[in-house]
Design a protein around this ligand. Structure first.
Ligand SMILES: [Zn+2]
Length: 493
């Protein structure tokens, strides 16, 4: 038996189903039809089952005998819901996924009730979906993330096209300088035909939901803690449209889109021309500080620090690094184009890796006064670096630190360059900070057993719904709840 090329097989299955549909609609048996077209019933059966391609002459006779136009038999949609299910089952059983299971084939005959067909086809679809999902393993996700980080480092974390798009859109909406207001964000949305609405029942898995049909962006209520991130959320929602994003096909796609929308939002909140003017003036005064950049544009410390990585190398000629470290010492996010050796695993991923105990991002947790930035010089095998660090508290109550640092030669541009704090780090050498003191090991190694806190899975495989990472049902129910009454919409128009 030969296997038909898969591109051809589906058409034959549909054709067969359309012939059978027309035949049974006329109450004809295979024998009766066979007599009319002068063909063996067994041959007709093969044709109806999509196992044999009929000659054109036979097709013409069949159309005539069944009193339907030939084009009708050749149409490519299934003739009924039942036929669609039969075709789906037939196709699934001819596919490699089913073949590998070694299970007996079920013939989608007339005797199979529709609920049984629905059941079988549903299982096959779920099987295919799970197979696809399994491809995006956490390891693949980590690799995709690493590739993206290296790309960003090679481009000095600067995306000129998104910069000019953001610059243009903010200016059109009336931005002149300083912090971008909620009102300006609303005007940017309005220019795209979108209204921003605040609701308190967003699906748990979504940060925002956009209803393209009715032109609405739904965001959490303005009053929740951390509400200053709302402008960023709205801008990220807008970004998917203005950057022409399609539904992501892979984890790499998904991450790239994330990077782009975050970049776009940051480039709107701190537009290039205004931000660079501010930074250049501060550099001239040898008084660069992330905290001032943050305050003058009304963003979070982390947003200001990350934005600095977009602009400092290209516009100020300063290579730099950025780290977000948790209070357990694990790296949550990092970037370096200045040679700082970030800790990494065998795949090259940095997320979740412990940073050196002597790095300022961890030292900062030992400080009493954390209201302002702290500064430190650190000697490493890759040279001496100067850093500024700010600690904060995340939504889950845990502490984190934001580090921005530069090689020694560039410290002169920054506030805090006169710091007297100096540490030595020889990581990844184990003796630096990874090996406990010998007397303590002797005493406790065999006399203790700590239970580890599970690391938050930063890059777990995404649930593969229609939209990656969110619960589709929740999203659709939410949209139903909030969609305007069609009559109202009509009245407005
Ligand atoms: Zn160390």
């Amino acid at each position: 038996m030969t296997v038909e090329p898969s591109s051809e097989a589906p058409d034959l299955i549909t054709l067969g189903r359309r012939i059978r549909h027309a035949r049974t609609a006329r109450g004809l048996t295979l024998e009766a039809l066979g007599k009319q077209v002068e063909s063996a019933p067994s041959l007709l059966s093969l044709v109806e089952n999509g196992r044999r391609e009929p000659r054109l002459s036979l097709l013409r006779s069949l159309a005539e005998a069944l009193e339907v136009p030939l084009a009708d038999l050749l149409a490519d949609e299934p003739p009924s819901r039942r036929a669609a299910l039969e075709i789906a089952l037939e196709r699934a059983q001819r596919g490699p996924l089913f073949g590998a299971l070694g299970l007996p084939v079920v013939k989608p005959s007339q005797r199979l009730p529709v609920p049984v067909l629905e059941h079988l086809v549903g299982l096959h679809e779920e099987l295919a979906r799970r197979e696809e999902e399994a491809i995006a393993t956490p390891e693949e996700a980590r690799r995709a993330n690493t590739v993206l980080r290296h790309e960003r480092q090679e481009r000095d974390n600067h995306l000129p096209e998104i910069e000019s798009l953001a610059e243009d859109m903010t200016r059109r909406a009336g931005y002149t300088g300083g912090a971008l207001t909620h009102r300006t964000v609303a005007q940017m949305a309005g220019a795209l035909g979108l209204t921003i609405l605040h609701v308190d029942d967003l699906p748990r898995s979504a940060r925002s939901v956009t209803d393209w049909k009715n032109g609405r962006i739904y965001l959490p209520p303005a009053s929740i803690p951390g509400g200053h991130g709302l402008r960023s959320l709205a801008l990220q929602a807008i970004a998917h449209r203005v950057l022409g994003h399609e539904r992501p096909r892979s984890y790499g796609d998904f991450l790239r889109q994330r990077v782009e929308i975050t970049y776009f939002a940051a480039a709107c909140l701190m537009p290039q021309t205004a931000a660079v003017a501010f930074l250049e003036q501060r550099k001239r005064a040898k008084d660069l500080a992330v905290e001032d950049f943050r305050d003058s544009f009304g963003v979070t410390h982390e947003a200001a620090a990350m934005r600095l990585t977009n602009l400092a190398t290209v516009h100020l000629g300063i290579p730099l690094h950025f780290l977000r470290v948790g209070d357990d010492g694990a790296l949550f996010r990092g970037y370096a184009n200045d040679g700082l050796p970030l800790p990494q695993d065998v795949t090259g991923a940095i997320e979740g890796q412990l940073v050196c105990r002597w790095w300022p991002g961890r030292e900062a947790f030992t400080r009493r006064d954390r209201a302002t930035e702290s500064y430190q010089y650190t000697d490493t095998p890759a040279g001496t670096f100067w850093d500024s660090v700010q600690t904060g508290t995340a939504a889950d109550g845990r502490q984190f630190s934001i580090t921005v640092g530069v090689p020694y030669a560039h410290a002169k541009w920054f506030r805090g360059r006169d710091s007297r704090v100096r540490r030595t780090s020889t990581c990844p050498e184990p003796a630096c900070c990874r090996r406990p003191p010998e007397d303590l090991s002797d005493r406790w190694e065999r006399a203790s057993w700590p239970s580890a806190r599970m690391h938050q899975q930063i890059l777990a495989a995404l649930p593969r719904g229609v939209f990656p990472g969110v619960d589709d049902t929740d999203v659709y129910r939410f949209l139903e709840r909030h969609a305007p009454d069609p009559e109202d919409a009509g009245a407005e128009a």
